[in-house]
Write a protein that binds this ligand. Structure first.
Ligand code: PEP
Length: 257
């Protein structure tokens, strides 16, 4: 499947790290290393309170900004929630949806992930939809059926154009923040399966346009092999997105994808 039909994206997920006061130095540092024209789309998905500082710091630097979650509601009495409209108005392009930490610690269901992805589009945001299996599920041979279920559930009710514009991140839960990376072949097997699942649902014109990212302890040393695989169109990066040099090494590796 040809990568020219889709965008390569390297997105950082800062999780609950960094401070508003650190956004400027990060953006300057990253821009200095990667230059004004990086080989792929670059984004930082920052904690909500850092978004305004990151949007300001990223101006003219080829860095897009994203949120890490959004509410299924539009507005009103939902203390602590952040709406899609708020993220859009603050300058976000992307929003992560259904990260395994939200599924695990906040009980987020596949139905909510689907609602959030639809809300993202309603508000002009691109959802980065996370799917992935636990170690136990992998060991029981349940990886592919689970991924198929998660992908189908997340895309439910979307138009073909929305499916094509969605970004899917395959993040095996056992590889997130653990230092254990899926081998490039393991990651490619699941990313290709995700594309095949979308092809069965919507046809190849749609499936070939969907950017599918790998996430799980990606770093400069393993990025070239992962990003060289035909169905891996980028990365969702946690730990290695916190330092400009580490993140820039992954961005540079995307050039050979
Ligand atoms: C993530 O949280 O999406 C992630 C992939 O984290 P890490 O790169 O630290 O494994």
């Amino acid at each position: 499947m040809n990568k020219r039909y889709r965008k390569t994206i390297i997105a950082g997920n800062w999780k609950m790290n960094m401070l508003p006061s650190e956004a400027d130095a990060f953006a300057k540092g990253l821009s200095e290393i990667m230059g004004k024209k990086p080989p792929c789309s670059v984004a930082i998905c920052a904690p909500a309170v850092i978004i305004p500082a990151m949007v300001k710091a990223s101006k003219g630097k080829s860095i897009d900004v994203g949120g890490q979650d959004l509410s299924v509601y539009d507005k009103g009495a939902y203390t602590g929630e952040i709406s899609g409209a708020m993220l859009k108005d603050a300058g976000c392009k992307y929003v992560i949806v259904g990260h395994s930490e939200r599924r695990q610690y906040h009980g987020e269901t596949d139905a909510e992930v689907n609602l959030k992805a639809l809300k993202a589009f309603e508000n002009g945001l691109v959802p980065i939809i996370c799917v992935g299996e636990s170690l136990e599920q992998r060991e029981k041979g349940l990886t592919l059926p689970l991924i198929e279920y998660q992908v189908k559930a997340a895309l439910n009710g979307m138009s073909d154009a929305q499916v094509k514009a969605s970004v899917i991140a395959y993040e095996p839960v056992w590889a997130i923040g653990t230092g254990k990376t899926a081998t490039a072949d393991e990651a490619e097997e699941v990313c290709a399966f995700i594309r095949e699942t979308i092809k069965k649902l919507r046809g190849s014109l749609i499936s070939r346009g969907v950017s599918i990212l790998y996430g799980g302890s990606m770093k400069g040393s393993n990025a070239p092999e992962l990003l060289g695989k035909p169905d891996i169109d980028g990365g969702l990066i946690g730990g290695a997105s916190l330092k400009p040099a580490d993140f820039a090494a992954i961005i540079a590796a995307s050039a050979q994808g």
